[in-house]
Write a protein that binds this ligand. Sequence first.
Ligand code: SAH
Length: 217
Amino acid sequence: MSGEDRFLQERQRMVDLQIAARGVKDSRVLAAMRSIPRHLFVPISFRDAAYNDCPLPIGSGQTISQPYIVAVMTELLQLQPGDRVLEIGCGSGYQAAILGTLAREVISIERLPEVAGMARENLASTGIRNVTVVVADGTLGYPGGAPYDAVIVTAAAPRVPQPLLDQLAEGGRLVAPVGSRDLQELVRCTKREVGISREYFGGVVFVPLLGKEGWPE
Ligand code: SAH
C-alpha cells in the first residue's frame, strides 16, 4: 500500500474510532475530518503518529490538538456554509483547515511569527484558500473583520476575552477552553438579543493563551 493510501486508511479509522464512536454526530464535521490530511500539519518526524489519539508537538513549545477535541469544538460552533469565523491560536493550521472546509471565510490569529509561517505552508500544501493567517495578539480579536458568526479559541484562557465577545455577531457562537493554566473547561457562549448564554462541556488541557486579555507573557 502506498504511503498516501495508508494515511487515508488511518484517517478513516481515526474518525470512526476516536470521533464518531465517542458521540460526535454532525455529518459535515465528520466529513471534514475524513478529508483533511492531518499528516501534512505535523512535523515530518511525527507523521507516523499523525492519526493517533493525542496532541503532538509542532515546535516552538506548541502542539496540534487531539483530533477528538478538534471535532468536539468544531461541532459546538454549529457552522453554516456562509459563516465567517475567527480562530485564536492558529498553531499548525489544522483546526483552521477544518473550519475553512465548513465555512465561507476564516481569519486565524497566531502570536508566534515562525508558527504562523508554518501554518501558511501547511494550508497551502493542502489547497485551502479561504483561511488568512494573521500574526497578532488574538486576545484582542481582529476588529477589522468583525462581526464573526463563530469564534474559536484554541489556547487556554483565564477567562473569555471581552473583545472576542464584542466581535461576535448576534446569534454567534464562541467556544473556548477557560480555567487555570493546567486544566480548563470548554465553554460555549452564544450571543443573544438580550445578553450572552453560557454552556459547559467538560475538562480539557491546552497550552496557555498569552496576551493582553490572556495570561501574562
Ligand atoms: N489550533 C491549533 C492548536 C493551537 S496551539 C492547531 O490546530 O494546531 C495554541 C496556539 O496558540 C499556539 O501556536 C500559540 O502560539 C498560540 N497563541 C497563544 N497565545 C496567543 C495569542 N494571544 N494570540 C494568538 N495566538 C496565541
